[in-house]
Design a protein around this ligand. Structure first.
Ligand code: PLP
Length: 396
């Protein structure tokens, strides 16, 4: 019998071997506990500096109870896409609560932050239009720009003068959109949204911010970047996620009622993919309730992040341009970052190395995510271990 040799996919094994060689192969840890300040990995508790669980809501008793109650009332799944199977009152309630919390006219929920970007950008611009996009914008914005088929013009990171140059040089267009991350997820710096907003207004260009890492973090009680800069009603679209500070999974778009109405008609992930699940939706409503009740968790998050960043800087680590609870520990080459992360792990600290393509070549780092769930002892322990490994590897 003829033996068939399948060589079509051999290249994938070669690519994987090359990734391993370059120190860029992702090894995914398995967690056997709820998300919290500490997680159990390989049977041992590890201090967790990886999760975007900024406020410790991922395992909060009020969210757990809300999810359980909702399951008893509504079951687990939404049935189909909302335009076909009808929308559950839970989704409507979440959207109303989010709009009120964010002081926006209206809000629509999506399945994730990634989906929210894919939903929004192609619904606003298309062929013949132009998008001005910060060069460090998140992958989901980059993919959404590509999907839209609009021309994408990148401007230098957080550089308003370069944005103005790009606008001046781009004269052929039907509609225009400026899009930026609010907080940059790998560097922890904040977009100068007030200045970008002035530029957008001066030129009559639509403005969208992806506030995934500002939601529940920036602004009064975590109301986000628009609240942080006091730009209510002036930024056309705020995209956000419910998967980070809100502790669950989901996405949102907040803005003027007409824009949200339009997304309900034209956003493809809304029209062609099922809604958030029942327990997720109910848990997110409870997260909004907690945030609306008190600023305590947000205050603790910033307190912890301040102690950690200062401690790292005092030891001589390079923490880049971090202004938020995201603290990158800049190491340069990917193999060093991987080795650093491995040594931290052996010492009981879980903090992942991030390399290309998530960050540019030669800019590998450990990204530390601070959380309100950490106690001050946790932060001190983290600093001690970073110091020990940093000295051992000659980084400080
Ligand atoms: C700026 C930004 N936008 C969108 C997302 C995607 O959010 P989600 O995990 O809810 O899909 C992320 C998550 O990493 C992000 O950092």
């Amino acid at each position: 019998m003829l033996e068939l040799v399948d060589t079509k996919t051999d290249w994938i094994a070669d690519e994987i071997a090359a990734l391993k060689e370059a120190g860029l192969f992702n090894t995914i840890r398995t967690i056997d506990s709820p998300m919290g300040a500490w997680v159990t990995i390989d049977g041992r508790p590890r201090l967790n500096f990886c999760a975007n669980n900024y406020l410790g809501l991922a395992n909060h008793p009020r969210l757990r109870e809300a999810a359980k109650r909702a399951i008893d009332t509504y079951g687990v799944g939404p049935g189909a896409v909302r335009t076909i199977a009808g929308t559950m009152s839970l989704h409507v309630e979440l959207e109303k609560r989010l709009a009120a919390f964010k002081r926006a006219e209206a809000c629509i929920s999506l399945q994730s932050g990634f989906m929210a970007n894919l939903a929004t950008i192609p619904a606003l611009v298309g062929k013949g239009d132009v998008i001005f996009s910060d060069e460090l914008n998140h992958a989901s914005i980059i993919d959404a720009c590509r999907l839209s088929r609009a021309q994408t013009v990148r401007y230098r990171h957080n550089d308003v003068a370069d944005l103005q140059r790009a606008i001046a040089e781009t004269t052929e267009y039907k509609r225009r959109l400026i899009v930026t991350d609010g907080v940059f997820s790998m560097d922890g710096d904040i977009a100068p949204l007030d200045e970008i907003c002035q530029v957008a207004e001066a030129h009559g260009i639509m403005l969208m911010v992806d506030d995934a890492h500002g939601e529940g973090v920036l602004g009064e009680g975590g109301r986000g970047i628009v609240d942080h800069f006091g730009l209510h009603g002036r930024v056309d679209i705020e995209v956000g996620t419910l998967s980070k500070a809100f502790g669950v999974v989901g996405g949102l778009v907040a803005g003027k009622q007409t824009i949200i109405d339009w997304l309900r008609q034209r956003a493809r992930p809304f029209l062609f993919s099922s809604a958030m699940t029942v327990p997720d939706t109910a848990a997110c409503i409870e997260a909004v309730n907690i945030l609306a009740d008190s600023t305590e968790l947000v205050d603790r998050l910033w307190h912890n992040a301040g102690i950690f960043r200062k401690g790292m800087q005092e030891m001589g680590f390079n923490t880049g341009f971090s202004q938020t609870p995201i603290v990158p520990v800049m190491l340069g080459e990917a193999p060093l970052a991987q080795k650093f992360s491995r040594r931290l792990f052996e010492e009981g600290v879980f903090a992942m190395a991030i390399g290309y393509p998530t960050v540019p070549q030669g800019k590998a780092r450990i990204r530390v995510m601070n959380s309100a769930a950490h106690s001050e002892e946790d932060i001190q322990l983290g600093l001690e271990v970073f110091g020990k490994v940093g000295r051992e590897l000659g980084v400080i």
